[in-house]
Design a binder for this molecule. Structure first.
Ligand SMILES: NC(=O)c1ccc[n+]([C@@H]2O[C@H](COP(=O)([O-])OP(=O)(O)OC[C@H]3O[C@@H](n4cnc5c(N)ncnc54)[C@H](OP(=O)(O)O)[C@@H]3O)[C@@H](O)[C@H]2O)c1
Length: 214
């Protein structure tokens, strides 16, 4: 598939690299540094490219949204018309300090995103994983049990695309239903982040917790 990365920081940079290594044609976009995008593309190897959000969206089979919540409108504007595309989001609706969710209870970031990106098929995935564990999970894929990764969305075909990518990273894709399930996943993710970054165990502990195992 051709996968456009909208936001090439910790999450977009790592997931884009993994998707490229899994054989997809990846376009890294949206950074303040064109050099950084080019280095990401060069290091990822294969056919990976650096481009603008519009170039990343052009002919993309799937898009990964991985920007801070405050940048969502800007990156979507730069991407242009993404109607009909699969839009996988790991972007959480956080405040500027990244300390609190600013949407919850009666909606979620994923649902609000679906209203902004009219016509795109939004799937919420990868938001519950600390970026630090993405490479280790990819490296360990196929060896033993795969950790679960929750995803949700309203469009079955888009969810199939997302589930395939989740599997390629090395997770066991766990469908938790409609996009509105993000109302539960997003607050759960806060707990994961608290364990990962404020607890003593680090991302690895949080990640083990996320597997619902010991
Ligand atoms: N990090 C995690 O472990 C994690 C886990 C789960 C979910 N999330 C969620 O995933 C999303 C992305 O997180 P992240 O940690 O990957 O963020 P990040 O490392 O800060 O990456 C954000 C990307 O947006 C770009 N950007 C920011 N402001 C910009 C601007 N004015 N113009 C152009 N590009 C700009 C950054 O560019 P630069 O390259 O110039 O910095 C970077 O490429 C967030 O919504 C977060 O809540 C993160």
């Amino acid at each position: 598939m051709r996968i456009g990365i909208l936001g090439s920081g910790l999450m977009g940079g790592k997931l884009g690299t993994i998707f490229a290594q899994a054989g997809h044609e990846v376009v890294f976009s949206y950074s303040r540094s064109q050099k950084k995008l080019e280095k990401l593309a060069g290091d990822a190897g294969g056919t990976a490219l650096a481009g603008s959000p519009r170039e990343a969206a052009n002919n993309a089979d799937a898009l990964l949204l991985a920007v801070h919540w405050s940048r969502v409108d800007d990156v979507l504007k730069q991407a242009g018309n993404i109607s009909g595309k699969v839009l996988i989001t790991c972007s959480l609706p956080m405040n500027a300090e990244d300390s609190e969710l600013i949407i919850g209870h009666s909606s979620s970031g994923a649902e609000e995103l679906a209203k902004k990106a009219r016509g795109a098929s939004v799937v919420s995935a990868f938001g519950s994983v600390p970026s630090e564990v993405l490479f280790p999970v990819f490296e360990a894929r196929g060896a033993g049990t795969s950790p679960h990764l929750l995803y949700c969305g309203d469009d079955d075909e888009a969810k199939e695309v997302a589930a395939g990518l989740i599997g390629e990273v090395g997770f066991d894709p766990t469908d938790v239903g409609l996009l509105s399930s993000a109302r539960y996943i997003e607050p759960f993710t806060m707990l994961i982040a608290k364990l990962a970054y404020e607890g003593d165990g680090g991302p690895e502990l949080a990640y083990r917790f996320e597997r619902f195992s010991s």
